[in-house]
Design a protein around this ligand. Structure first.
Ligand code: NAP
Length: 265
């Protein structure tokens, strides 16, 4: 299926690896010019080199790395100094740490809310009106399955991302945006085989004294698909949400989790 977005410009945050990279790759394979953002410049450059060499990349597709912390005003200014009018924005930053809420000070909460709620809101604010004027816009927020099914020790993520989800539910339905072919949706990963997942599993392995492979095996068996997802299949769903064909999908929470969430809806 051709997604009809060749030549559009996408801002893909948190894209030097993992799910963000998967989204950037899927979009680039559709001929979308991608601006990829992460803090670590070296890994980001390597990701850009890898992306430019992906088999099947349409000729002329641009890959532009910008090393920046997207959760800061300076970082966002850098990204918008490069280009103001993005057609597609994928919001993403690292997830907050696990822990016990009794140990979290106000600063810990502010950091999580900045990264996983206020940053996507700032990016939406900076781009949607221009998208509406041009008659096309796609925003996909990478959130988490924890929005539907909270994970006890990830309270910072449960809280901050649910705040974003409530905001998106309202703003996506603004007729000024939805009637102008601007869609805002959230894409909710379950367990995907990325560095983030491995770090979490390493933590569990240390805590229980079990080898990491054993911990990962137990987790895999809890998923009906009996496996972790991979960044490429996540990216493909993201690219579809950015397609011309997805123009009537507005304000939704799309779960990609191999069936892990056990609910009829
Ligand atoms: P990952 O493999 O750790 O990759 C995170 C990417 O984001 C890296 O490129 C990282 O590069 C970049 N990044 C982190 N903080 C940033 C910042 N402040 N500004 C710019 N870039 C930043 O993580 P992932 O597994 O792809 O996860 C992506 C998101 O999905 C996270 O929010 C995670 O919590 C959520 N999620 C993941 C899973 C899963 O199973 N993987 C499940 C549920 C939710 P730098 O560190 O160099 O900046």
């Amino acid at each position: 299926m051709k997604l009809g977005i060749e030549g559009k410009w996408a801002l893909v945050c948190g894209a030097s690896k993992g799910l963000g990279y998967g989204c950037a790759e899927a979009l680039a394979l559709e001929g979308v010019h991608v601006v990829i953002v992460a803090r670590g410049a070296e890994a980001l450059e390597a990701a850009a080199t890898q992306l430019r060499a992906v088999a099947g990349l349409p000729a002329g597709t641009r890959v532009e790395p910008i090393a920046a912390d997207i959760t800061t005003a300076e970082g966002r200014a850098k990204v918008f100094a490069f280009r103001k009018d993005y057609d597609i924005v994928i919001t993403n930053a690292g997830g907050p740490p696990p822990g016990d809420f009794r140990d979290w000070e106000r600063d810990t909460w502010i950091k999580a809310v900045e990264a996983n709620m206020l940053t996507p809101i700032e990016l939406i604010k900076a781009t949607v009106d221009g998208m509406a004027q041009r008659g096309f816009g796609r925003i996909v927020n990478i959130t988490s399955g924890a929005v539907k099914s909270p994970i006890a020790n990830l309270g910072l993520s449960n809280g901050a991302r649910t705040g974003l989800t409530g905001f998106v539910a309202g703003v996506a339905r603004d007729p000024k945006l939805a009637s102008a072919n601007v869609t805002i949706n959230n894409l909710l990963p379950g367990a995907f085989d990325t560095d983030r997942l491995r770090t979490t599993m390493q933590g569990a392995s240390k805590k229980t004294g079990q080898p990491i492979e054993a911990v990962m095996d137990v987790r895999r068996k809890q998923i009906p698909a009996q496996r972790f997802g991979n960044a490429q299949e996540f990216g493909a769903v993201c690219a579809f949400l950015c397609s011309q064909q997805a123009s009537y999908i507005v304000g939704q929470n799309i779960l990609a989790d191999g069936g892990a969430y056990s609910g009829t809806f």
